[in-house]
Design a protein around this ligand. Structure first.
Ligand code: SAM
Length: 376
């Protein structure tokens, strides 16, 4: 039996008097209009770039559009949608904050990255919320079951490398690491087992040079390929390997995004290749293989270089959680310096009512970004 609960928040939205302003057409909304008459001292106080008006104006339309959507949803009583739209608006503002402000001064002793002290600080909060933008997704990208947003990757590459450093991704997928490195003017190479994804990843950047290269191969051969291709030492490895055999797990009778994707004809898993890490049945074998791959990678890294492995703990059908992220962290701790973790949160993901109405099953919308360092 279900008992319908009145949601007080929704009732509150309707109980507000609707004034003239609220009934305005959303398209007439131009709330985000920027002042051009700020004095030099006001600009300095706000740490704004001299050409901040140009930067702000380029974002003005999308900020106003998000605000209109959010208001629309709110006035229709759709608080879930309104919350999503306001969060997207906040996301746009955050990007604007990063691009429109001149942040602090650069310390020439900085051997890790090209950030000023203030910018550095912003990269050190231990959690980050990033959702893929619709503009990141075209049909080929949708066909890959689990890519991460280039924005996320950029955030980390910016912190762990300088211009012209080398970045490597042994599980390149459709190339989020590749795109992020290219946009940040870092060099990048990577490996991807599925030729379709590798080809697509390569097509995502407009140039073909030896500084951007993807090999269709097995990550287990990373060292061999690096040696034979005479590639320079890698400063930062960032990667998201298959989360064990998670894609093969069906989620009971509930309609998940994964099921919906299959119905729409998208790839269900990465491949049928027996070398595919996502096709390993036993969790112990998966962890052993992963450990072997990452230990090999130590040989291609420059001293002091960092590795970031993005992973989730898994709850298989039997309901017993397999903490693969924690276990891999402990397994690699003996050979690398385990530094810390970031938690990457997704705030706009589909919510499944998995265990309802009897069992606790959470919507896992966070990922561990484990950070290891090779000795100096
Ligand atoms: C989670 S996805 C990576 C997605 C990627 N970060 C992106 O944003 O596009 C994992 C990838 O590892 C690939 N893969 C699985 N086993 C592999 C292996 N042994 N060697 C290289 N790639 C492998 C899969 O084909 C899949 O594309």
């Amino acid at each position: 039996m279900t008992i319908k609960k009145e949601t007080s928040k929704k009732a509150a939205a309707f109980s507000q008097p609707i004034d003239d302003n609220r009934q305005k057409s959303p398209s007439s909304n131009n709330w985000f209009a920027f002042r051009e008459d700020l004095s030099d001292s006001e600009r300095d106080r706000l740490s704004l770039l001299p050409d901040y008006v140009r930067v702000f104006s380029s974002k003005q339309d999308s900020l106003n559009a998000w605000l209109s959507h959010a208001q629309d949803a709110f006035f229709q009583g759709n608080l879930t949608q309104a919350a999503k739209d306001f969060r997207s608006l906040a996301g746009e503002l955050k990007i604007l904050e990063a691009t429109a402000s001149s942040e602090g001064t650069y310390d020439t002793r900085n051997s890790l990255n090209d950030l000023t002290g203030k910018e550095w600080l912003k990269h050190t909060k231990s959690w980050v919320i990033v959702d893929g933008k619709p503009s990141d997704i075209d049909i080929d990208i949708e066909n890959h079951p689990a890519s991460y947003p280039p924005e996320l990757c950029k955030f980390f590459i910016e912190f762990f490398t300088k211009h012209d450093d080398w970045v490597f991704d042994p599980f390149m997928g459709i190339g989020s690491t590749f795109v992020a490195s290219y946009e940040l003017k870092r060099n990048c190479w990577g490996i991807e087992l599925n030729p379709k994804y590798a080809q697509y990843a390569e097509s995502r950047i407009p140039i073909k040079t030896s500084n951007y290269k993807i090999f269709t191969a097995d990550a287990r051969d990373s060292y061999k390929i690096w040696k034979e291709s005479n590639l320079p030492g890698v400063k930062f490895i960032i990667t998201s390997p298959p989360y064990w055999n998670m894609l093969a797990e069906s989620r009971g009778g509930v309609k998940s995004i994964q099921k919906q994707r299959i119905e729409e004809g998208f790839d269900e898993k990465y491949s049928d290749d027996p070398r595919d890490i996502g096709n390993i049945d036993q969790v112990e074998t998966y962890l052993e293989e992963m450990k072997k791959i990452f230990l090999e990678l130590k040989k291609i890294m420059v001293p002091g270089g960092y590795i970031m492995i993005i992973l989730q703990n898994i709850r298989p059908k039997d309901g017993i959680m397999q903490p693969i992220a924690w276990r891999l962290a402990l397994a690699l701790k003996k050979d690398f310096n385990l530094r810390q973790e970031f938690i990457w949160c997704q705030d706009q993901k589909f919510m499944g009512i998995w265990g309802y109405p009897k069992t606790f099953v959470s919507n896992v919308h966070h990922h561990y970004c484990l950070v290891f360092q090779k000795d100096e």
